[in-house]
Design a protein around this ligand. Structure first.
Ligand code: MCA
Ligand code: AMP
Length: 520
């Protein structure tokens, strides 16, 4: 192999050295031979897989059993025809908020085949959170599996009513069924495929559009790096409204021509049972899931899998060690972000180093900002800007590099370590919680003068959301009151696990709360 630039803080010059990511490639494959994106788009790649291998099972759920490639092709074509007949056109947004089922997968793929932009929404969101996405994304239609959420979407839809349907998309059949031509799989590589909401320091969720190019490049990068092949079978217990489950689990499997066992949620026994019953080879989870698996007497059953990957939050080194010792799996930890999909991963073949996230993935350039050590990323995986927010976009890029808001460093072997965050963010059980959003909500309670929300290290959630209320009169009921108040306004994972009332929040000379001085 050509020499490798160990100093990832400089931009590798491909004429002199191979990029760092060459270390992820399978033996025999050279950097010059790697074409992550190629021609076409996401669905053309998947449909080509199904046509090449029509009878192989692709997706399983408990309700419908296995669905093969040719069945998926027919079902997604039919649903695309229905959406088209209902008036949806390429570029229209389709809000999608439902549990992971084959129907949901079919609706998602059908929407992409038609050139729609899928807007995934967390099923735990409350009315306030759903209404924000509706008002910002302006979806033409919504796929939801819950009557209350359907009502919230309709209530937020304003003058032009949104078409709200269930995941089975029970609408009249469209052009494909009556024999007319339906234009499918024709999105351009730079057309948006998915619009995902993610917050920031402002506490207001912003839409991050991801193009077919971004999603294909990232899915193909992990397919290569993790040696994902058609014989693999993933137990997918992550929700499909974030990139971990959607962009990595689902899209990666479809790009690899592999199969997926969908689970409606995560449970240790369910994961072990599904892995055994379906002879799975892969599992992807957030650290909270691994912490729960590590507590199970069945942890040793993980050893039957070919590969376990962790991401979305830091994986503690002692948890990595416990799963290696008792579970027989050296977990591959990787690092991603909504705006950039997947950036960095520990290598499949090389050392998997606990406490690091590894090496830049194929196609990804990585460096640290001089002075702040903020991790900067560029590559085909990186989005081109926030939905209708030019100022936020401008602030997020420096000379074409995306500013992740994470602070990093490299070890002696060039492995990236995430050592801190410039952005105020709490990651609880793999879900992002923005303190500012929680503070803004709690501050609207009449008993609250001021409030500061922090993340406190937690053995189960990684970080737990904790609120400190500044109040003149200590009110024994305020904590309980606030939690029931928050129940209507915040998804459960954003609600504080604990509330403390204190006489004064610590502040600096400018009156800004010094969160580092808040302790339980
Ligand atoms: C559930 N609860 C939580 C969380 N999840 N509390 C804090 N943080 C959480 N993440 C609370 C519920 O409110 C409830 O509280 C109690 O736990 C039990 O709820 P239940 O629904 O039964 O929990 P669960 O189903 O066991 O969920 C735990 C989970 C889930 C499986 C770890 O949180 C999860 O799926 N997390 C993964 C999220 C994910 O996909 N993240 C990727 C985003 P109470 O009892 O008080 O009512 S990041 C991303 O995509 C980037 C690109 C990346 O790098 O991956
Ligand atoms: P999101 O905005 O939901 O896409 O979350 C992305 C953020 O999750 C990143 O900016 C990191 O702060 C964090 N993250 C993802 N993977 C890891 C990891 N393996 N270790 C530490 N933090 C991670």
């Amino acid at each position: 192999m050509p020499p490798i630039c160990g100093q990832q803080c400089c931009v590798p010059d491909p004429t002199e050295t191979s990029p760092v990511w060459a270390q992820h490639l399978p033996p025999g494959l050279t950097v010059a031979e790697v074409d992550l994106v190629g021609a076409g788009n996401l669905t053309r790649r998947w449909v080509a897989r199904w046509r090449a291998d029509p009878t192989t099972p692709v997706v399983f759920d408990d309700a419908g059993g296995w669905v093969t490639g040719e069945e998926l092709e027919a079902r997604t074509r039919r649903v695309a025809g229905r959406l088209s007949a209902a008036g949806l056109e390429a570029g229209d947004r389709l809000l999608v908020s439902a549990q992971a089922t084959t129907d949901l997968v079919v609706a998602h793929i059908a929407a992409l085949r038609l050139g729609l932009v899928v807007v995934p929404v967390n099923t735990a969101y409350r009315q306030r959170e759903v209404a924000h996405v509706v008002a910002d994304a302006w979806p033409r239609a919504a796929v939801v599996d819950d009557a209350e959420r359907a009502g919230w979407i309709l209530a937020a839809s304003g003058a032009t009513p949104i078409l709200v349907i269930g995941p089975e998309v029970d609408l009249p059949d469209g052009p494909a069924e009556v024999g007319r031509q339906l234009e499918l799989d024709s999105a351009a590589l730079d057309d948006p495929a998915v619009l995902l909401y993610t917050s920031g320091t402002t506490g207001v969720a912003k839409g991050a559009p991801l193009s077919h190019r971004n999603l294909l490049a990232s899915a193909e990068a992990v397919v290569l790096a993790w040696r994902w092949t058609p014989v693999d079978r993933l137990v997918l217990a992550l929700p499909l409204f974030h990139l971990h489950g959607l962009g990595v689990g689902l899209h990666g499997s479809l790009c690899a021509g592999a199969s997926i066992v969908l689970r409606p949620g995560f449970g240790a026994d369910d994961l072990f049972d599904a892995s055994r019953t379906h002879q799975a080879s892969l599992f992807f989870g957030v650290p909270t899931m691994y912490a729960r698996l590590a507590k199970s007497p069945r942890l040793g059953e993980l050893a039957r899998l070919r590969l376990c990957v962790s991401g979305s939050a830091p994986l503690p080194a002692d948890l990595h060690a416990a799963v290696a010792e008792r579970g027989g799996q050296r977990i591959v930890e990787r690092y991603g972000m909504t705006e950039t999909v997947m950036n960095v991963s520990n290598p499949y073949a090389g050392d998997r180093v606990p406490g690091t996230v590894g090496l830049a993935l194929p196609g990804v350039d990585l460096r640290l900002d001089e002075g702040t050590d903020e991790i900067l990323v560029r590559g085909p995986n990186v989005f081109s800007g926030y939905w209708q927010r030019p100022e936020a976009t401008a602030e997020s890029f420096v000379d074409g590099w995306f500013r992740t808001g994470d602070v990093g460093g490299f070890d002696d072997n060039g492995y990236l370590k995430i050592v801190g965050r410039r952005k105020e963010l709490i990651i609880s059980g793999g879900y992002n919680v923005y303190p500012r959003e929680v503070e803004d909500v709690l501050r609207t309670h009449p008993g609250v003068g001021d409030v500061a929300v922090i993340g406190v290290a937690d053995g189960v959630w990684g970080e737990a959301v904790v609120a400190f209320i500044e109040g003149g009169n200590i009110d024994a009921n305020l904590g309980a009151d606030l939690l029931s108040f928050a129940a209507d306004l915040l998804a459960p994972y954003k609600r504080p696990k604990r509330v403390h009332q204190i006489a004064r929040l610590p502040r600096n000379a400018l009156g800004k709360v010094i969160k580092s001085e808040l302790h339980e």
